[in-house]
Design a protein around this ligand. Structure first.
Ligand code: P6P
Length: 297
């Protein structure tokens, strides 16, 4: 089965929005494997240096979403404001066009993340209202994972440009694997240090690449594990709600996993502003519960 066949039972306009992201991913894939990785000489809304590939990937996604004709509003991590693409569009899409782009020059896997909501705009909405969410990974293989109100599935890009179904149903159980981000927070966040000691002292496999997308994908493919990125006063939690955490939490929870910002599911958080950051833990139910118990003072 390929992506188009899989989407034949999806509402047509939602399928068009998802296929627009899949088309953008194919184009970005080609650029990553050939383009130079230098700085673009500009900064994004967070004051982070943009790489040429960041800017290129951002432009490609906007082009494909506009071409689809079904996306009214799009918001990118690389832009300061949401952008209207179509007055008749049914959906709003938030995306990180190239998450972990600083890893490209060391040839580590990076990704594109997206979430699709009904209607116009994001403020006041929550992740659980998403119609679909997913991500691509540009690694040894280029894969496209989506969840549309059911268990996530993975497609792999073939040499003929088709997307072949490679994982029919992702499910998360329990198991000893951890991807701990923001370790520098441990200097002040002693509860986090205690949790890391627990994982290390109890034989957990460390799997952390610095790329959120492959680090979370690993939990879905292996069906176990936990990704954490809490903060401290000097090293606050930096991951973004609508561009990174909510779409990935949606995929994880549709696979039977859990997510948390230490108080509630990431999907229960209302979007207050576009560049909202959040503490995030994603993974198996027991491990997310353990994160909450260790870090809630
Ligand atoms: P640190 C990549 O820049 C990113 O946004 C996520 O993909 C990743 O999980 C995180 O930042 C890595 O942050 O603090 O480990 O460099």
């Amino acid at each position: 089965m390929n992506l188009q066949t899989y989407l034949s039972s999806t509402p047509p306009n939602l399928a068009k929005a998802i296929l627009a992201f899949a088309e953008a991913v194919k184009r970005i894939d080609g650029k990553i494997r050939t383009a130079e990785t230098g700085e673009a000489g500009s900064q994004n809304t967070f004051g982070e240096e943009q790489l040429k590939l960041d800017v290129l990937a951002d432009r490609i996604v906007f082009e494909e979403l506009k071409k689809s004709g079904v996306v009214a509003i799009a918001a990118s991590e690389e832009q300061s404001d949401e952008i209207e693409l179509s007055k008749e569009g049914e959906f709003s899409a938030a995306f990180d066009p190239l998450d972990g782009s600083s890893l490209v020059d060391v040839n580590l896997a990076v990704g594109t993340i997206f979430g699709i909501w009904e209607g116009k705009g994001f403020i006041g909405k929550s992740g659980k209202e998403m119609r679909a969410a997913g991500y691509a990974i540009y690694g040894p293989r280029t894969t496209f994972t989506i969840a549309i109100d059911s268990n996530p599935v993975e497609f792999t890009l073939q040499t003929d440009g088709d997307w072949k179904l490679t994982i029919e149903k992702m499910e998360i159980g329990e198991g000893k694997m951890f991807a701990p981000g923001n370790l520098r927070a441990c200097a002040e966040n002693k509860e986090y240090l205690t949790l890391l000691d627990f994982w290390a002292e109890n034989g957990y496999q460390l799997r952390y690449s610095g790329g959120m997308v492959p680090d979370v994908h690993q939990i879905l493919v292996k069906g176990k594990g936990v990704f954490s990125y809490p903060g401290s006063e000097s090293n606050p939690a930096k991951l973004r709600l609508i561009y990174e955490c909510a779409p990935l939490a949606y995929v994880i929870e549709k696979a039977g996993g859990a997510s948390s910002d230490l108080e509630k599911s990431i999907l229960a958080k209302k979007v207050e502003f576009l560049d909202q950051r959040t503490v995030v833990c994603l993974g198996s139910k027991d491990e997310v519960d353990r994160f909450d118990k260790f870090l809630t003072i």
